[in-house]
Design a protein around this ligand. Structure first.
Ligand SMILES: [Zn+2]
Length: 190
């Protein structure tokens, strides 16, 4: 037999692949079981967090349970503005743009479920952008016949512009609560 026989070639390959599997993969069985248990617990914790986050978001935006109460609105400007997204009793809350443009609500896997990186409204629009626009709408920015009816898709840009002037978008800065905008603008001085 010479070195070109199939048997020898496959032996070489096996040796090579065994070499590739270095020692860390060879945990004693009990250690491996402990590691699996640890990972299972980690996964369970992550899933619980994920479910809780989803539940909280669903309760917050459910047309039946999420609408801010009179009490909450009295105590918080943010809740008063958030209530504006809940226009109709049974309809899912939507932002100002989606409402006035009669946008179709996303459904199925397209619909947000509260586990997104940033908070979204059920219409799929960003909470910060929706808040900025609702605040501007309530402040009288949109006048029929004088320019656009809403910020539309430009909202993303307006939130970014806000952040250029005032740093990270917060509700306090938006409504200038306790002069928050002045402080923020000083920090952002160019
Ligand atoms: Zn929207």
């Amino acid at each position: 037999m010479n070195s070109h026989t199939p048997g020898k070639i496959s032996n070489k390959r096996q040796k090579r692949s065994r070499k590739g599997l270095t020692k860390p993969h060879r945990l004693p069985l009990s250690d491996a079981m402990d590691e699996i248990k640890r990972l299972e617990q980690l996964l369970e914790q992550k899933m619980e967090k994920y479910f809780k986050r989803r539940e909280r978001w669903q309760a917050r935006w459910d047309p039946a349970t999420g609408r801010p109460t009179e009490e909450q609105m009295k105590d918080s400007t943010e809740e008063r503005l958030r209530a504006e997204f809940f226009k109709h009793k049974d309809a899912k809350p939507r932002c100002y743009s989606c409402r006035i443009n009669h946008a179709v609500m996303p459904s199925g896997s397209e619909a947000p479920n509260g586990t997104e990186d940033t908070e979204l409204l059920p219409c799929g629009c960003s909470y910060n952008g929706a808040m900025l626009q609702m605040f501007l709408a309530k402040s009288g920015l949109f006048v029929k016949g004088e320019g656009p009816d809403s910020l539309g898709v430009q909202r993303v840009l307006y939130v970014k512009m806000f952040e250029v002037f005032f740093g990270k978008f917060t509700f306090d800065k938006l409504v200038n609560g306790a002069g928050a905008r002045l402080e923020a603008a000083k920090k952002q001085a160019y």
